[in-house]
Design a protein around this ligand. Structure first.
Ligand code: SAH
Length: 458
């Protein structure tokens, strides 16, 4: 063994070991002399023989050669390709075990932060944990003589064709296929990352779970399609359910999939969906939760945690199109929302009107900056709801919360690691976790877990 405790592993070396854990990416963990080896499609409790594929300084990767014992939680899925794609890395783990695993993950994060006293409830799951997504963004490429939609295998630029994404509303997958075939028939070119030529980059489809309204956005490097009229007519004919057809212009060489420049090719610039009895308008660039069934539970839990009395000033931070704030508006005196994407704020304002809500106000701003301003202006909310992206809250926002001193702080989180990090900082501002944390399975078959947590002033 070398000095840094690294066993002498080499590529293609074959070994046998026990899988003792599962990483956040859904890889099984085997340890050889304490050195971690990550193995795709292996589950805790399984004994496997495996071959090393890559050795790095502090860990290695391997692939399974043979399972010598099988976990009782393993299910044999027809969708095993979903592991390689990274779309559904937990597809081979029985659903109850997925829920238990997610709860345990949250528990361990609190434990590692020295917060053992924080109780974590069993994860709330779905009755039918597949085909739940109301939105997809699919890459499109010219391959083997035709336009292809599918997924990139990890670390590869080759698209593996796929028709059933397993997690999407089947009508969404069907629309992707139909639109791709029409575009193929008209010979529309696909963007090539190497030559930087060609037009089509992604197809985005979003469908209202209750309303069935469907939006298709064609993401392209140009502002116009060739034979545009005929293409639009053909899409309209083959997808008669389409409410909105958009050409989204994105010439940038970044990982950001959609640009901000949209042109309506047909129908409405937005779609509507209904959630918890409210009507929501959703634009192309607006965030809207991808699992409408569990989102209803999530918002109800958030409101329940806050135990609202009716006379509160509430802040809805990272408000998207205003969903959380508008949902709780009937249970408080006033809501002020803040969101950085201006078109989403425009949607929130329209959603207020459409639902005849008068006691809400939405501001387009960076949430941390707005919190600092509010704190300086002496704003004193009674309850603050935050629902930040994966990177969590910033220390500035947390300090501003310490100054504004809301009695209740409800944290809706899509990343337990940043949730726990922020809880530690909020404790330094005089807050404590007041009720057990509630994990909710917003993203079945994936490693992601959503949590709702309440903190109150000590
Ligand atoms: N509460 C909403 C949206 C949650 S997603 C819902 O449940 O649908 C997180 C939102 O935070 C996104 O709409 C994103 O645009 C927004 N966001 C990201 N960074 C932000 C920032 N610095 N300030 C304000 N909003 C931000």
């Amino acid at each position: 063994m070398s000095k840094n405790n690294r066993p002498n592993l080499v590529k293609n070396q074959e070994l046998v070991g026990d899988v003792i854990d599962l990483t956040y990416e859904g890889l099984g963990v085997v340890k050889i002399d304490d050195f971690p080896i990550f193995v795709s499609d292996s589950l805790p409790g399984e004994k496997i023989s495996f071959a090393i594929t890559r050795v790095l300084n502090s860990y290695a990767f391997a692939r399974v050669l043979k399972r010598l014992t099988t976990s009782p939680d393993r299910v044999i899925s027809e969708h095993a390709d979903m592991i390689a794609s990274g779309i559904a890395p937990l597809v081979n783990l029985a659903y109850p075990a997925q829920l238990a695993f997610k709860r345990e993950q949250v528990r361990q994060l609190f434990h590692k932060a020295g917060l053992d006293q924080v109780e974590v409830l069993p994860t709330i799951g779905m009755a039918n944990p597949t085909h739940y997504r109301n939105k997809t963004v699919v890459p499109i490429k010219f391959q083997q003589g035709r336009l292809t939609t599918g997924f990139y295998r990890r670390g590869s630029h080759k698209l593996v064709p796929i028709n059933d994404y397993y997690l999407n509303d089947p009508k969404i997958d069907a629309a992707v296929g139909i639109a791709r075939d029409v575009l193929n028939r008209f010979g529309v070119s696909a963007y090539d990352e190497i030559t930087r030529e060609g037009l089509l980059r992604y197809l985005m489809v979003r469908r209202g779970y209750v309303t069935g309204q469907m939006m298709l956005a064609i993401v392209a490097t140009g502002k116009k399609l060739p034979q545009e009229k005929a293409v639009v007519a053909a899409i309209k004919k083959t997808l008669p359910d389409l409410t909105s057809l958009i050409l989204n212009y994105n010439p940038k060489q970044t990982n950001v999939q959609l640009g901000l420049d949209n042109r309506v090719l047909y129908g409405s610039p937005v779609i509507h969906d209904t959630l918890l009895g409210l009507d929501f308008e959703i634009g192309v660039n607006s965030f809207y939760q991808v699992n409408p069934q569990t989102t209803a539970v999530l918002y109800q839990k958030a409101a329940e945690m806050a135990d609202l009395a009716g006379d509160e000033l509430a802040i809805d931070a990272y408000s998207g199109i205003g969903t959380i704030g508008l949902y709780i508006s009937s249970q408080v005196k006033k809501v002020i929302g803040v969101e950085v994407v201006a078109p989403a704020v425009a949607d929130a304002k329209k959603n207020m009107q459409a639902n005849h809500i008068q006691n809400a106000e939405y501001i387009a701003a960076d949430a941390p900056e707005q919190f600092v301003k509010w704190a300086q202006a002496g704003i004193r909310p009674d309850v603050v709801f935050v629902d930040p992206p994966r990177k969590g809250l910033s220390p500035e926002l947390i300090e501003a919360v310490g100054q504004m001193q809301p009695k209740k702080f409800v944290y809706v989180s899509c990343n337990p690691a940043t949730l726990v990090r922020d809880v530690v900082l909020l404790r330094q501002q005089g807050y404590q976790v007041a009720k057990p944390v509630q994990p909710i399975d917003q993203f079945p078959q994936t490693m992601h877990v959503e949590c709702v947590l309440l903190m109150t002033r000590v």
